[in-house]
Design a protein around this ligand. Structure first.
Ligand code: SF4
Ligand code: SF4
Length: 438
């Protein structure tokens, strides 16, 4: 099983040494928690609390709107002090619920504990939905949607993603080392829910301790821990499915088209909390790192924690921030400042000073073809980027721009420092906008 090699990819320095051996620390509660109503793929949630309301940890404060959406829960007990637009990780100001913690961190009663073996498939799925769980690897797709394959789609494999191929990030690594039982419990719950026989946990070979730990924990189960060669983007869904199962998801297709459901290790752990203990998703592990951070750490943070607080807890900045990223350096979202708050998708906060930024001058394309060989979905980034710059959207579409997974390999590899992924993303945006019009 496994060890197929996807095409393309790059080998960026993994830069994980600063935090890989640091145990997860509890991040102290900030003065206020800012929970935006939009922190998942799909329709934003709608607030069900008002200013002045008292809430308990785990209370539903915003309800999902529709099937592809996710509820939001108070990440501690306290008072709702504002319902107003606040700086959001997307760069705009979006409606957010602001909670002032009372310091007691009292949990709401919630749905209570349950034995997963005694719950029906629908009950399992409902508990996952009611806990507001989304993909914690960064994609933030509502989890219950992925667990509801349409009639006729046969799922035979559950693939758990413990790859964490983005440089700097070590949150999933630490979770596997320290809380492997939660992950195992979540995997077993998912196995029952999907009624699959085959469960594979994929981990990159640069985390040998996590491979050993998870093998130990999974002993006696039929879960296969599958070490994977280190290559970015090994953790991207389609690349992972090919590497671990040898199945190729067709262009425009979904993992379920080849019988696979992929879930991240942190998502699996949160599924255990939700199903077994009735606890909503109100926290996650986040790596705070980068050359400008005084004391890089892996933190257990409440959803809604201001980014400034995360930096303070890590001893502040050693030099002025020249570049701030949420997530890893390859796919992370650039931030102008630290004004936003951590969402369910915040796997990492990286801060770089100007001394550590590579000084690359943008030049014309020298037709070296490196971006083409690096592209894991086998499209031509340079061609699509050229069309995008000329607004030749039809041509970009014919070059399969929509297949781009925005992994950033092309930009990383380009000696002319061209912002290729931005251009391809621009083309994708234009194609989608045009489809909406017709
Ligand atoms: S074109 Fe898209 S998929 Fe291909 S390397 Fe660039 S970002 Fe990755
Ligand atoms: S890697 Fe850069 S320079 Fe080389 S072909 Fe692609 S766009 Fe041109």
């Amino acid at each position: 099983m496994g060890h197929h090699s996807f095409s393309g990819g790059v080998h960026p320095p993994d830069s994980k040494a600063q935090t890989a051996s640091k145990a997860i620390e509890n991040c102290p509660l900030p003065e206020e928690l800012v929970l935006p109503l939009m922190m998942h793929i799909g329709a934003p949630a709608s607030a069900v609390v008002a200013v002045g309301d008292r809430v308990l940890h785990g209370d539903l404060i915003a309800a999902p709107r529709g099937f592809v959406s996710a509820g939001i829960h108070a990440s501690t007990s306290g008072e709702v002090i504002a319902l107003e637009p606040r700086p959001h990780v997307s760069g705009s100001r979006l409606l957010s619920i602001v909670i002032r913690p009372d310091g007691e961190d009292r949990w709401a009663q919630g749905p209570g504990e349950a034995d997963p073996n005694e719950l029906s498939t629908d009950q399992l799925r409902d508990r996952i939905r009611d806990a507001g769980i989304v993909g914690l690897g960064g994609a933030t797709f509502p989890t219950q949607v992925k667990l509801s394959p349409p009639e006729g789609k046969k799922i035979d494999t559950l693939l758990i993603n413990g790859v964490e191929c983005e440089p700097f990030l070590t949150a999933d690594h630490r979770l596997m080392l320290e809380q492997g039982e939660r992950i195992l419990d979540g995997m077993e719950i998912l196995r029952c829910l999907l009624a699959v026989d085959q469960v594979i946990l994929g981990i990159e070979e640069n985390k040998p301790d996590a491979i050993v730990a998870m093998r130990q924990i999974c002993k006696g189960t039929s879960i296969e821990v599958c070490p994977l060669p280190v290559r970015y983007p090994q953790g991207a869904e389609k690349q992972l499915i090919f590497a671990a199962c040898g199945r190729e998801v067709p262009s425009g297709g979904l993992p379920m088209d080849v019988g696979v459901v992929v879930q991240n290790v942190a998502t699996a752990a949160s599924i255990s909390d939700a199903v077994r203990y009735g606890r909503a998703l109100t926290e996650r592990i986040c790596t705070v790192s980068g050359p400008a951070v005084a004391q890089p750490k892996n933190l257990r943070i409440r959803i809604g924690t201001p980014l400034t607080h995360l930096v303070e807890v890590c001893g502040g900045l050693k030099e002025e921030a020249a570049k701030i990223l949420l997530g890893g350096p390859m796919m992370g979202m650039a931030q102008m400042n630290l004004a936003a708050s951590a969402t369910k998708g915040t796997s990492g906060l990286l801060v770089f000073g100007s001394s550590s930024l590579p000084k690359m001058l943008q030049g014309p394309c020298i037709r070296c073809g490196r971006c083409v060989s690096a592209c894991p979905v086998r499209i031509s980034p340079t061609t699509i980027a050229a069309y995008a710059r000329l607004d030749m959207i039809d041509e970009a579409q014919q070059c399969h721009a929509m297949d781009c997974i925005e992994c950033g390999c092309c930009t990383y590899t380009c000696p002319a420092a061209l912002p290729l992924v931005q251009s391809v993303r621009h083309a994708k945006g234009a194609i989608v906008a045009r489809r909406r019009k017709v």
